[in-house]
Design a protein around this ligand. Structure first.
Ligand code: GH3
Ligand code: MG
Length: 331
């Protein structure tokens, strides 16, 4: 009943919750405030007030302290525990003028007091000023909520943009088929790494690896199988190297690996392990050992530095020798 009647009032009307066990007193308050289009909710005790607050938006609470079942103090204790409740001002109506009770009420969350019996001007002015404060608070919390939504939207947008950027960055450094680094990244990585090799006085090995007669794989088994063989070889390479090494797809069926802090002898051992692993692997629908590779090795000697191009050319030359010497071998 009460709600239906309230809904007929203008939308902007303020709602005052009157918590008071004596009906004549509630009527007295309403009479004093009748010239304003306030909506009133009435509760006879703290329990009833809490119930009403659960399902109604309230702008101000006028609270009696002495009530049966649940008095004003207990109501304050229960109501002020939720953070939302702090935006609703509470004005205590009391005949008590002693400091102890007032202090206690304020400590429990009361904001102001009006005396009992009611002084019309006091009540009217208190109510108006508290409602104004509640308005400010409402505006503030509305704009905070709007801001929060904006921040959340912006964060979501930035996260998505960052993810896209990371993906683009990842794609720009990786070969799409094998997931290994691409040639561009290889150059970016290699140039400073050669300088580091000089600073560390540590050699760096370059391995140029190429699948033997790969054209035949494509011709005999089809391009898709060829792709799977390339991927499989890429996995063997990635699994055969240390975390500080890098491997890139140099182009077609040719791959390049760099092994920092590694001399030619150790590099050749790694190359031999890769050769053997591939030669004993079964890739895609091919026979075990059907795919082999040739590997050319070169080394960057920190005592006698060469350029990145020279390092790659030397490895390429060695690879050519391995091919000419019969393939499935290291040079
Ligand atoms: P060699 O032992 O001298 O290296 O002979 P090869 O047949 O491996 O060498 P060649 O350079 O003649 O052939 C490489 C082939 O690799 C030719 C090309 O069509 C194929 N190829 C290049 N990129 C891809 C790719 O991404 N997928 C597939 N399936 N084939 C590729
Ligand atoms: Mg080849």
């Amino acid at each position: 009943m009460q709600r239906m009647a309230l809904d007929l009032l203008p939308a902007r009307a303020k709602t005052i919750l009157l918590v008071e066990d004596e009906e004549p007193y509630r009527n007295g308050v309403k009479r004093v405030l009748r010239d304003y289009d306030y909506r009133f909710l009435e509760a006879e005790n703290g329990h009833h007030a809490l119930e009403l607050l659960e399902s109604n938006a309230v702008d101000l609470i006028l609270l009696d302290l002495v009530m049966p079942t649940m008095d004003g103090f207990d109501f304050l204790k229960q109501f002020r525990v939720s953070r939302v409740s702090w935006t609703i001002p509470i004005c205590v109506m009391t005949a008590w003028s002693d400091g102890g009770n007032r202090r206690r009420a304020v400590a429990l969350g009361a904001d102001d007091f009006v005396g009992k019996p009611v002084d019309p001007i006091e009540l009217e002015t208190r109510v108006k000023s508290l409602l104004r404060i509640s308005d400010y608070q409402q505006q503030l919390s509305d704009s905070n909520a709007r801001l929060e939504i904006k921040v959340r939207e912006r964060t979501r947008y930035l996260r998505a943009a960052l993810q896209e950027l990371e993906q683009a960055l990842e794609q720009s450094t990786r070969d799409a088929l094998t997931g290994l680094f691409n040639r561009r990244f290889m150059w970016e990585w290699l140039l400073p790494e050669l300088k580091q090799s000089v600073r560390d006085k540590a050699p760096l090995v370059c391995l140029m690896l190429d699948i033997d007669h790969f054209k035949r794989v494509n011709d005999t088994h089809g391009h898709d199988v060829g792709d799977k063989v390339l991927k499989g070889f890429g996995e063997i390479l990635a699994n055969s190297l240390r975390g500080s090494d890098i491997v890139a797809r140099y182009g077609g069926d040719e791959f390049v690996a760099f092994l920092p802090q590694c001399d030619l002898e150790a590099g050749a051992a790694v190359a031999e392990r890769i050769r053997q692993t591939l030669a004993s692997s079964q890739l895609s629908s091919l026979e075990r050992g059907e795919v082999t590779c040739s590997i050319g090795a070169s080394v960057h000697d920190p005592e006698d530095p060469i350029t990145a191009t020279e390092l790659l050319e030397q490895a390429d030359k060695a690879l050519y020798q391995a091919k000419n010497a019969g393939r499935n071998r290291i040079a």
